[in-house]
Ligand binder design. Sequence first.
Ligand SMILES: N[C@@H](CCC(=O)N[C@@H](CS)C(=O)NCC(=O)O)C(=O)O
Length: 197
Amino acid sequence: MKLFWAPQTRSTRVFWLLEETGIDYETERVDLYAEDRNDSDEFLAASPMGKVPAIVDGELAMSESAAICLYVADRYCADRLAPAVDDTRRGKFLYWTMYTPAVIEPAMSEQFNKVEANRARSGWGDFDSMIEVFDNALEEKEWVLGEQFTAADVMLGSSAVFMRMFEMLPDSRNLDAYADRCLARPAYARAMEKSSG
Ligand SMILES: N[C@@H](CCC(=O)N[C@@H](CS)C(=O)NCC(=O)O)C(=O)O
């Protein structure tokens, strides 16, 4: 498996997931800010929009961090990082893995850019409802599905850490403690080291 990445981007979450799996992988850094950016055909086949992260795994070339997390967890770490398809927790696992790109990120972007929210018309609701739902999901839980850490926590945890870094995380005991638990994982520390550039 090869991971295309750039420092301080969503690539970190895929590094984190790969470190959680323990599988071997190689990496190729993409210079997103090069003046004469000349992306390789291999990278563009994986990421037609030229965005990181992206992976190539044998004949598969793909991008979108949540899709990559689902693919890698299912393919290489089923049961440990992803509940099986016939596990009753599977639906919530999919819901929470997609919550980052479908709800957290658009709501964050709206908040950050001071765009007026329209809760009913936006698929992601608004920033405050996004936080409330996220926070409630972690009430008395270590990880979003309970005791088991999964790929959904990689997506959600990276978002919680990111929001805290940008001082967007409101006072919330659950989310703050969750971000701390993510940061304390050895795989997270290894991912930060490898993706710091
Ligand atoms: N929805 C995508 C977003 C990917 C994305 O926006 N990547 C940014 C870095 S975090 C990027 O590659 N930007 C550079 C560019 O668009 O040229 C995902 O979750 O993977």
